[in-house]
Structure formats: C-alpha cells, structure tokens
Design a protein around this ligand. Structure first.
Ligand code: C2E
Ligand code: MG
Ligand code: MG
Ligand code: MG
Length: 286
C-alpha cells in the first residue's frame, strides 16, 4: 500500500510527491504511536471483555455469551476491536491479547455457571495468527485447568480464512481441541471465499451466519433464500446454526420459522460489561 502510494505520488509530480511523503510520514507516526499505546495497554491492563448474550430461539433463554474485547484508553474512551485487532495481529501482540481474553472470559463464565447460569457457554474469537502459535493447545489446556471451566462450556469462533491455510497442519490441533470437549463455530459464515468441502473435513459444530445476510431480512429475497439454504445445509450436516446481527422482530420471526437454533444481536442485547451482563442474567433467570 505504501509502495503504491509512493508510485502514485511520483506519477503526480514533484509537489504532490512532497505532499504524499508528508502524508505517509503522518500515517507512520500515527501507527507507531498506536503500537506503543497497545503494548502499554497490555501491561497496564486497559483491556476489557464485553459479553453479548446468545439466545435459544426455542426457549428464549440465554444459552451463551460471546466474549468481545474492548480497549478502555485513558482520556479517549472505549475503542472497538476493529480499530486495534488487525494491528495487534500484524505486530504479534494478538498472542498475549488472545490469551488474556480466553483466560478472563473463562474465569468469569466459570463463576456465572456456579451462581446464575449453570449451562452458560462462552464463545471466544480466535485469530488465525493464534493457530500459527505452536503453543495454542497448551495455552487452552492451561486456561481450562487454571479456571476450572469444563471444556464443553467453551466454544471457539474461527473464520473461514483460517481454513484456507494448510489444512493438514490444522487438523491435528482441531482434533485435539475437540477431544477436550470444546466446540468449534465458523464465524461470519458466507463471507469467505473458501470451498465448502472443509465442512466435511473439519470437526465443526456450528455455523454462524454473517450479519450481512440477516441485515436485509425480510426485505431482500436473496438474503432470505440464502439464509434458508444455509440453515438447511447445516441441519443436513448435523451442525447447529447461530444468526448474528439480529436487530428486528421480523428477523427473529423468520429465523424461528426457519428453525435456526440460536440468535445474537441488538434486538435482544448489545454486548455488555461483565456487571451489566450479570444483571441481565439475574433478571432473566436462565
Ligand atoms: P464478530 O466475532 O463477528 O463479532 C460480532 C460483532 O457484531 C461484534 O462487534 C458485535 O458487537 C456486533 N454485533 C452483534 N450484534 C449486532 C447487531 O445486531 N447489529 C450490529 N450492527 N452489530 C452487531 P465488535 O464487538 O465490534 O467486534 C468486531 C470484531 O472484532 C468481531 O467480529 C471479531 O472479529 C473481532 N473481535 C472481537 N473481540 C475479539 C477477540 O477477543 N479476539 C479476536 N481475535 N477478535 C475479536
Ligand atoms: Mg465472533
Ligand atoms: Mg461474527
Ligand atoms: Mg460478522
């Protein structure tokens, strides 16, 4: 990107060239500051885990929560993950961050299972970069051991992009994860470019239909048809289905009629701080 900007700058002549290099400098400085702040955030414990409920469509009960990281930056406020996860992946900081989210959310959910919601399952997003780390399996085992959370109360959310890598290397890790009782969900399903053959080859338990399909229900016939098809396919393959980004009661109704099992979205609740999620559990009586 920097190269092509430079090339473009040269094409445009001398004055513009200067303009562009200044612009690039500013961007580089901004990025450097962000990197520095991120490293500090980790050591100063500025990260938080928010929890968004997952609701069973048949019983309307809260059956799980997705752990979603936030960065509480002093003097700035709450920063969403899209603004720092990609950079954390690039500079390798995702490994300690990912481990922290896993540990924090498993510890929290272990407590909620004991006090308020005995069957609550925690879903944690795992970056493809974490699968490149040979110690991932050890880390997961260690976290389950340290927090006392049973493996079946943990679900890992992965994305299709991961499955475009070297499948032979991944399969043993997946199988070992499954042996711990942990389930695997394919996040943002339908937005990737990988082939569907991995659904046969990988021990996947759940498909999470991407928000972009749900958003246009019921207005767009294409989204309606595709969502029905995904649910039918998943059901035939013995996988459960979760819909993400459910905002309207029409969507809820459509998903219930289509026999989708689970939903997550602002219609039920936004992601909440641990305190607010706990209050919701108390009110709701899971
Ligand atoms: P995701 O895993 O697909 O998470 C769902 C995102 O959709 C969340 O955004 C959630 O707040 C948002 N969402 C849920 N329901 C609705 C809805 O009804 N309407 C709308 N408009 N949005 C909804 P968030 O929390 O900003 O996270 C964005 C992405 O950042 C996540 O997408 C995930 O890819 C990544 N992420 C978040 N936490 C972590 C983490 O701990 N580790 C890693 N590796 N990635 C994370
Ligand atoms: Mg997710
Ligand atoms: Mg998602
Ligand atoms: Mg998504």
């Amino acid at each position: 990107c920097a190269d092509s900007a430079m090339y473009l700058a040269k094409e445009l002549g001398r004055n513009n060239y200067q303009f562009f290099t200044t612009e690039l400098n500013v961007r580089a400085q901004h990025r450097y500051a962000l990197e520095k702040n991120l490293r500090r955030a980790l050591s100063e414990q500025e990260f938080l885990v928010y929890y968004q409920p997952k609701v069973c469509l048949q019983t309307s009960r809260i059956v799980g929560a997705e752990a979603l990281i936030r960065w509480q930056m002093p003097d700035v406020g709450l920063i969403p993950p899209d603004e720092f996860i990609p950079i954390s992946e690039e500079i390798g900081l995702i490994l300690p961050i990912g481990r922290w989210v896993l540990e924090q959310s498993c510890r929290q959910v272990k407590i909620w299972r004991e006090t308020l919601a005995p069957e609550l399952v925690i879903s944690v997003n795992i970056s493809p970069k974490q699968f490149q780390d040979p110690s991932l399996l050890n880390i997961i085992q260690q976290v389950l051991h340290d927090t006392g959370l049973p493996g079946y109360a943990l679900q890992l959310e992965i994305t299709e992009g991961l499955l475009m890598g070297e499948l032979e290397l991944l399969l043993p890790i997946f199988n070992a994860i499954k042996k711990l009782g942990i389930s695997i969900s394919l996040d943002d399903f339908g937005t990737g470019f990988s082939s569907l053959s991995y659904l046969q080859r990988f021990p996947i338990d759940n498909l999470k239909i991407d928000r972009s399909f749900i958003r246009d229900i019921p207005e767009k016939q294409d989204s309606v048809v595709l969502t029905r098809a995904i649910i039918a396919m998943a059901t035939a393959l013995g996988l459960s289905v979760t819909a993400e980004g459910v905002e309207k009661s029409e969507q809820l109704q459509f998903l219930t009629e289509s026999r989708c099992q689970e939903m997550q979205g602002f219609h039920f609740s936004k992601p909440l701080s641990a305190t607010d999620f706990e209050n919701l559990l108390t009110k709701y009586i899971v």
